[in-house]
Design a protein around this ligand. Structure first.
Ligand SMILES: [Mn+2]
Length: 371
């Protein structure tokens, strides 16, 4: 029996303020492409079941474009006659009971089964039972739902558990409403044939368990996510369990560190032949304020001209003898003059001091700071 497990597709996510030629946010389009790549794999593999463990959409009230995209893809998946089981994650669960959950758009699709009502639900087929717990707004409710789950385990069929949460503290995303699966209930995992998890954005086998997996997200929702391996899990469940992670190709992200003392040389030594369309992060470290002024973002962006986006991060040397009290004791003019004296060569200092005295005099003429 083959099951495709994917998750955290965050449809509607956008970022970077870059539009494509159709006027649509390029990162939003990247997320649609990642989703479609997984759909194409599903069509090829023809699994027996398709499961999605939450955060289908990035927001609980997605844009019309995101909804239209999802309806189009799921209408197609629905036509394949493969059961599709989805649970709501923290991103697709409204925080008030008066809002209708977005996953209800699939209510009338005959092969789509969704758990979005903040409670345990089971979806049973010929040879397999899916035990689903979607995101719960009330974390304390988990024990009650797990009791129901435990008493519904079917010993004559395969049992699959689907959850959207962190197992232990290692898989927290620092997001609103996320919850940690209770440690004292982890023994239930051992009664399952497979535990499909969503929420953590990297593919991962959980702790000591051989049958508990995060499929990870299909794209990166933050530049802190440096993984270039995104995809889905192909589960083969017969007498034994076989788990294979399958990559999809996403827009690459690369981070380069450059020493501020050797900026030009280190920048020009970066091989950019394979960076077409990539998102690049350049971290310049060991900077002082003066050195930093000499390095322009423009110059760096010019170098990576074929990349989609270049993000520059500047890391300054900690100046340890700097005391905040000093600023209060002297005027801004004196403070700045001291700074010039300390950091400039003598000739340069004379020239800049003359210039800065002139500017401060001009400033004092037009602004009266005393009142
Ligand atoms: Mn997520």
């Amino acid at each position: 029996m083959k099951i495709i497990h994917f998750s955290d597709t965050h449809l509607g996510f956008n970022d970077l303020d870059i539009l494509n030629s159709d006027g649509i946010n390029q990162r939003e389009v990247d997320f649609y492409k990642a989703f479609d790549d997984i759909v194409q794999s599903i069509i090829k593999i023809k699994p027996d079941y398709i499961i999605h463990t939450g955060d289908l959409f990035h927001r609980s009230s997605p844009s019309n474009r995101a909804i239209a995209f999802a309806l189009d893809k799921f209408a197609y998946l629905n036509s394949l006659n493969i059961p599709i089981i989805l649970i709501a994650g923290n991103h697709s669960t409204p925080r008030t009971v008066t809002s209708k959950p977005i996953l209800s758009i699939f209510d009338n699709f005959s092969n789509i089964y969704c758990a979005y009502s903040s409670k345990y639900e089971t979806f049973e087929f010929d040879n397999i039972v899916f035990h689903t717990i979607p995101h719960l707004n009330e974390e304390s409710g988990i024990y009650n739902e797990l009791d129901k789950l435990e008493s519904s385990i079917n010993n004559y069929k395969k049992n699959i558990m689907m959850l959207h949460c962190s197992v232990g503290a290692s898989y927290l995303m620092s997001e609103f409403g996320e919850f940690v699966y209770p440690k004292d209930k982890e023994y239930i995992f051992e009664k399952m044939d497979y535990v499909a998890l969503g929420h953590w954005h990297g593919f991962s086998k959980v702790g000591k368990y051989e049958n508990v997996f995060y499929s990870g997200s299909s794209e990166r929702t933050s530049l802190n996510d440096k993984r270039n391996n995104k995809g889905y899990i192909l589960v083969n469940l017969n007498n034994s369990l076989e788990v294979n992670f399958k990559h999809i190709s996403i827009r690459p992200f690369y981070s380069f560190e450059i020493d501020g003392n050797n900026f030009e040389k280190e920048l020009s030594s970066i091989d950019k032949s394979n960076l077409n369309g990539a998102i690049i992060q350049v971290v310049i470290n060991n900077l002082t304020a003066l050195k930093s002024i000499d390095i322009s973002n423009h110059q760096i962006k010019e170098y990576f001209t074929n990349c989609l986006q270049v993000v520059v991060k500047r890391e300054f040397i900690k100046e340890e003898d700097f005391k905040v009290d000093d600023i209060q004791a002297i005027s801004l003019k004196e403070y700045f003059t001291e700074f010039l004296e300390e950091y400039c060569a003598k000739d340069e200092y004379e020239r800049l001091k003359f210039k800065s005295d002139e500017l401060f005099a001009k400033y004092e003429e037009s602004y009266d700071d005393i009142n």
